[in-house]
Design a protein around this ligand. Sequence first.
Ligand code: BTN
Length: 290
Amino acid sequence: MPLNQETIEAALKAGRQSAYLPFSLHLFETVSSTNQIVWDLLGSGSEPGCVAIATQQTSGRGQWGRQWVSQEGGLYLSVAIAPNIEASNSYQLTLATAWGIAQQLQSCGIPLGIKWPNDLVCKSDENGYKYKKLGGILTETKVQTGKISQAVIGVGINWANPVPETGINLETWQANQQPKPIPSLEMLTSTILLGIESGIQSLFQEGINILLSRYLEFLINIGEEIYVNDVMSTIVGVTHTGDLRVCVETSKQRKIMQSEIHLQPGTISLGYRKLRLTTHNTTITNEAAQ
Ligand code: BTN
């Protein structure tokens, strides 16, 4: 499924007033990993702003060292930036990218949400799920003297590729929509690139406080109840460094004590919840495998 570079560039030009990230596009059909291609481009002298785009990957990389299954028909792209921020703030790049893409897709009419920390989810009523996974973000960084000198932001979006039960692709979601919010893979590509650009621009021009409040508007997990060390707890937010803020209630000598703990990305998986109707009109939720 070859992509048309001129169409993507024309859509990018039409969608932005000024270029914050100086995109230079490199298009492929199949690559190992677009993140790897961008690291290779940087290694051979390309500037930040270089982008690798493919419709299939043979060694797609996911979070926590997982494989990202990247069958033909998906959108796989990666962008290089030189953020020069503290290494401890690396997750801000993922939060910014997630918000930027969510608001771009939402402005096209797609009901987007963010599942902490880096999942792009779409509202769905298929098989009882409230949200299904539309895509994910993997940010890789190079750190020099405590600062991120280079970062590669990789995004995978389900366009027409097969997906598991907890996933959804845009082709299926917009099958009954007239007109289709995203009419082509080229339009999706430019929308995602504009989303990355606006997220990164918001982070660096407006700061993490504003960015975080925008991210939280899309977060589907606020108020969700989870077990932490067998204690029922409630998700209340996300910190500036991307940790999950959880309120834990314990009782000691008949006194209820509340405390807040912070969980780092990768230490807990929130999974996808399925709404299930049981007898007596009671709605209960149960965890589904990711
Ligand atoms: C996740 O695990 O949810 C994040 C997956 C990110 C996958 C994208 S696809 C484009 C880029 N290239 C990769 O190898 N991974 C990222």
